[in-house]
Ligand binder design. Structure first.
Ligand SMILES: Cc1cc2nc3c(=O)[nH]c(=O)nc-3n(C[C@H](O)[C@H](O)[C@H](O)COP(=O)(O)O)c2cc1C
Length: 328
């Protein structure tokens, strides 16, 4: 089983993660794979309680499960088992009885999927595709709500995206953390193999000093809010992922749900990007939850836009697998 497990990990690490921190480590034992959170890759300013870190872990887990299913294996998953010395997600693989009919399309979408922050063309998504995307949420722990761009109920959400963007870009600690994860030039990208590729965020490839100057002098909070509003208005659909409770297991489930949803969208030629700001700024998150009338304890944790992108972006790097492996 070990060689098979090792074949699955390159697909797991293609998962998205906040600021492309890739906050995961893997160990492969005789009959199991463990996924550990890598807490040295936390984002203390934008993600102080680590919920985005565990969402990212859930994305990697879902890719692993899909890749295993593609190999005819079924995964049984335990979240944070008490008999482990360290917090981890444990996956045991065994031969599957029947085939998951969606798995080939999802598997093919793993290397294709990307966060696409480019312009979308505003076309609406046909009803049958929209239904397939929403049905990809298989986790009971997650409520998925869809908002069509153009409907009046989207306006209060746009206002909260604007407000949260302005708060974030007025916060020097947020900007400093973001800057520390942007790789402005191609040599920086090749050296680090993580972080946000400047070119994927709309910057040309420039030396770090110039990228830093552009970010601190030319990027203004109001301008950022305008950019996000424009991006939403040219999208087709907003999707909000809501955790029914606020704990590590629910965060992992949000990641699993999100990954399946965006792989399904990718397989249908539909792009996605994050407009997470109202989920990241806690007072705004509370107002969003109140506006939507969520049950006490339920948390809106990811907001994404979907639509048809005019162009793809350069792919984001990943660290080589040997850098994310631990000895069992
Ligand atoms: C939990 C989570 C939060 C994210 N938040 C944002 C965000 O606020 N803004 C953004 O542009 N991208 C966001 N992303 C997308 C990541 O930046 C992206 O996944 C990463 O850079 C890797 O790029 P890729 O998705 O194209 O492979 C988020 C991704 C995850 C999993």
């Amino acid at each position: 089983m070990e060689p098979i497990a090792e074949q699955l990990i390159p697909f797991a690490v293609r998962a998205p993660s906040g600021h492309n921190t890739q906050p995961w480590q893997f160990s492969v034992g005789q009959d199991r794979i463990r996924i550990f959170p890598d807490l040295s890759r936390r984002l203390p300013v934008v993600d102080p309680d680590d919920h985005a870190l565990f969402i990212s872990l859930g994305c990697a887990l879902e890719n692993l499960i899909i890749a295993a299913s593609h190999q005819g294996l079924v995964a049984s998953v335990e979240y944070f088992p008490a008999d482990e010395a360290e917090a981890c997600v444990r996956v045991r693989l065994s031969a599957a009885q029947g085939a998951d009919e969606n798995v080939d399309a999802l598997f093919r979408a793993i290397p294709e999927r990307q966060t696409n922050r480019r312009d979308y063309d505003g076309r609406s998504i046909k009803q049958s595709d929209r239904a397939r995307i929403l049905e990809a949420n298989l986790r009971d722990a997650v409520e998925l709500r869809a908002f069509s761009v153009g409907d009046p109920d989207i306006e209060p959400i746009i206002d909260l995206v604007r407000e949260a963007s302005i708060i974030q870009f007025n916060d020097p600690a947020f900007v400093a953390e973001l800057l520390s994860w942007i790789r402005f030039s191609r040599p920086e990208v090749s050296a680090r193999q993580d972080g946000l590729v400047g070119e994927a965020m709309g910057f040309p490839s420039v030396p770090r000093w110039l990228g830093r100057w552009i970010m601190t002098r030319l990027v203004k909070p109001e301008g950022e809010a305008d950019r996000q509003e424009k991006a939403i208005r040219q999208s087709s659909l907003l999707l909000l992922f809501i955790a029914r409770s606020h704990d590590k297991g629910h965060w992992v489930d949000i990641g699993r749900s999100f990954e399946r949803v965006v792989l399904t969208a990718t397989s249908l030629g539909i792009a996605h990007a994050h407009v997470n700001m109202p989920c990241e700024v806690e007072p705004i998150r509370r107002r969003l939850a109140a506006h939507l009338g969520l049950n006490p304890g339920a948390q809106p944790l990811l907001l994404i836009r979907l639509g048809y992108a005019k162009k793809r972006l350069p792919p984001s790097p990943r660290r080589p697998v040997d850098q994310v492996m631990r000895q069992p």
